[in-house]
Design a protein around this ligand. Structure first.
Ligand code: NI
Length: 216
């Protein structure tokens, strides 16, 4: 199979797998991350096939969406073998997927290649701005969380296990993750795009708290 065919098959596979996902990690998220990764990637001199494949598969084995007992990367690894991606390229793609996820305010998430930097940026940008806000509330609802409770103070998680166990109201997630993302983008292209999205969320939170206090 040539590269365009592999991309096409993987796209169909991802669209099928994520089609009706209700927590904000649906196929349209995957597709936006893919498009954004390609947009950033074109400015970064990276391998666009690897970048696009990693973006298409990045949520398949995500800890947020799977049973914890499922071994990491098993499904993406299997898929890459099935479509005949060679072992070296496949291990690069799997490594990117492993490096994409946010693991809490105090946990570093270093990247080991420019392609990983680009896919991580694209995924983080999709957690920001108008779409980021929509996805955050969709995820909170999916987990049965309150929108907001002023008595519950945001926590800067330094430990990935603690971050995973978090059940705080959705607004806290803005302070524990979304508002921190602009300083955790890797590439200049993503930082430029992230600025406006960050500002939009800041305005949103300001208005939210004003309305909460019945001031507006
Ligand atoms: Ni994602």
């Amino acid at each position: 199979m040539n590269e365009p065919e592999i991309i096409k098959r993987t796209e169909e596979f991802a669209a099928f797998e994520f089609g009706d996902e209700g927590s904000g990690h649906d196929w349209f998220h995957v597709d936006r991350v893919r498009k954004m990764a390609l947009r950033i990637g074109r400015n970064e001199n990276c391998d666009l096939f690897i970048t696009e494949m990693a973006a298409l598969l990045h949520d398949l084995d995500d800890w947020k969406l799977n049973n914890p007992d499922q071994s990491a990367q098993s499904r993406s690894g299997k898929w890459l073998a099935e479509v005949g991606v060679d072992a070296q390229v496949s291990s690069h793609i799997l490594r990117i997927i492993d490096e994409v996820s946010y693991r809490g305010a105090g946990s570093e998430t270093p990247v080991s290649s420019v392609e990983a930097a680009v896919v991580q940026d694209a995924d983080r940008l999709d957690a920001m701005g108008a779409i980021g806000i929509a996805r955050t509330f969709a995820y909170g609802g999916h987990k049965g969380r309150l929108i907001y409770d002023p008595a519950v103070i945001p926590v800067m998680h330094s430990d990935f296990q603690e971050y995973k166990k978090n059940t705080a109201p959705t607004i806290n997630h803005f302070y524990e993750k979304l508002m921190l993302l602009k300083d955790r983008l890797n590439t200049e292209t993503a930082k430029n795009i992230g600025e406006e999205r960050h500002q939009f969320m800041e305005n949103y939170l300001e208005q939210f708290h004003e309305e909460w206090q019945a001031n507006k």
